[in-house]
Design a binder for this molecule. Structure first.
Ligand code: AMP
Length: 404
């Protein structure tokens, strides 16, 4: 999808609309990377995904101030959540000196910023070391804004949070979308507003309640809906079957029934697992059986979709031109219950379609299945991507400066 598609979708400034030459630009990134016990970064994809925006600003001769949250330090400095390792990794990725400021506001940062030259890069310490960040405190937002001439949001993974660095700063300085944010909106909003058909939505994961908004928003936009994972069993129960000890949300039974009625009325084909892998516990080595979803015995729970479901689901995707997938088909963290999720990963990767994957677990599954290169787009934000698929505006996008 090119820029043309984005025009109707994003009526906000993007990074290419602002003059960056010699300007101090505050980039809100999502550097919330996983660290091991020695504070080594175990996966730097979140840093890499912001490189196009950073490199563009360097090329344009801007002075680049980067800020992010990392983990949940609860409003207090805590070295476990320092962004120092991120600054180091960024220095290596950019092959260029990166200065690290030990706070995100105050005299030290102001001093560093005042000496910056075009092309210089500074990484600020974790925004969440200040409780004001998550409280969206106006004074704190103003202090952050005072460091720069303009603001770029490239933190898609945090764009659903109304925090000071996301919605507060744009009140004070011109605010634009970075390349990553733009790409996420382009794919996720684009697919909902103008999908190439047949359009298939594959949903899984633990709970119906987490995905209900997506189902409601897509029920008159998709051609097929495939539901696997724990959430399938609330639907199967709502159809009147016993599901043993499988995950069921009793307060969602009525809604599940209504959704199935609506899908039928909209001529949307709805697929639930026809068989499943059951066990009495998640313990490694626990006995497992494959049964149809209509004969799950008492005391047993369904923890993965079975081989017949894998076949039916894969076939249902084959003719798709657009596929979105969010949520694993089973408890894929445990080997014995991972086959359905990996089979789905391969089926989505094999589809001759625009394929969009969202959510941390699903992202992990396509990587573990070794098919991530065959997916058109993997979203960097779990909650934020669901919110866009629910058709809701993200606070971080709403806060950006309107395009004239
Ligand atoms: P979510 O965050 O809602 O996408 O849920 C992801 C979690 O759903 C993963 O940790 C899976 O282990 C879990 N899950 C998937 N299938 C099932 C199932 N049949 N029963 C219980 N949990 C499941």
């Amino acid at each position: 999808m090119g820029n043309g598609n984005l025009k109707g979708i994003l009526n906000k400034l993007t990074i290419e609309d602002i003059d960056l030459k010699g300007k101090r630009v505050f980039i809100r990134a999502d550097f919330n990377v996983p660290l091991d016990e020695n504070l080594m970064i175990t996966d730097d994809r979140r840093i890499r995904s912001t490189l196009p925006t950073i490199n563009y600003c360097i090329d344009e001769g801007a002075k680049i101030i980067l800020a992010s949250h990392l983990g949940r330090p609860k409003g207090k400095p805590n070295q476990k959540y320092s962004l120092a390792p991120v600054a180091k990794r960024l220095q290596r990725l950019l092959n260029k000196e990166v200065t690290f400021a030990t706070d995100c506001v105050g005299p030290e940062v102001e001093g560093i910023v005042s000496k910056m030259r075009p092309g210089d890069v500074v990484v600020l310490e974790n925004l969440r070391f200040h409780a004001e960040e998550e409280k969206n405190d106006e004074k704190f937002a103003k202090a952050l804004a005072s460091l720069a001439d303009c603001y770029v949001n490239d933190a898609f993974g945090a764009a659903h949070r109304a925090h000071a660095s996301i919605v507060g700063i744009p009140k004070f300085i011109p605010a634009a979308a970075g390349f990553l944010l733009k790409k996420e909106i382009e794919y996720l909003k684009g697919v909902v507003s103008n999908p190439v058909r047949p359009f298939v939505a594959v949903l899984g994961g633990a709970k119906v309640s987490g995905k209900i908004g997506v189902l409601e928003n897509l029920q008159d936009k998709v051609d097929k809906v495939i539901v696997g994972g724990g959430m399938a069993f609330t639907f199967i129960k709502a159809m009147g079957y016993e599901v043993g000890d499988s995950l069921v949300e009793p307060d969602m039974l009525g809604l599940a029934e209504r959704i199935m009625d609506n899908l039928k009325r909209n001529n949307v084909k709805f697929y639930l697992p026809v068989d499943c892998v059951i066990a009495q516990s998640l313990e490694p080595g626990a006995e497992t059986k494959i049964v149809t979803t209509q004969e799950i015995p008492k005391g047993w729970r369904a923890l993965d979709i079975g081989p017949a479901s894998c076949k039916v689901f894969s076939e249902a995707i084959q003719d798709a031109k657009t596929v979105i997938w969010n949520g694993p088909m089973g408890v894929f963290e445990v080997d014995a219950f991972s086959r359905g999720t990996f089979a789905m990963a391969r089926a989505v990767a094999d589809a001759y379609a625009l394929t969009i994957v969202g959510g941390g677990d699903t992202d992990l599954a396509v990587h573990r299945a070794g098919v991530s290169d065959s997916i058109s787009f993997i979203s960097t934000g779990g909650g934020a991507s669901l919110q866009l698929l629910e058709g809701r505006e993200l606070p971080g996008i709403a806060a950006l400066t309107d395009r004239k």
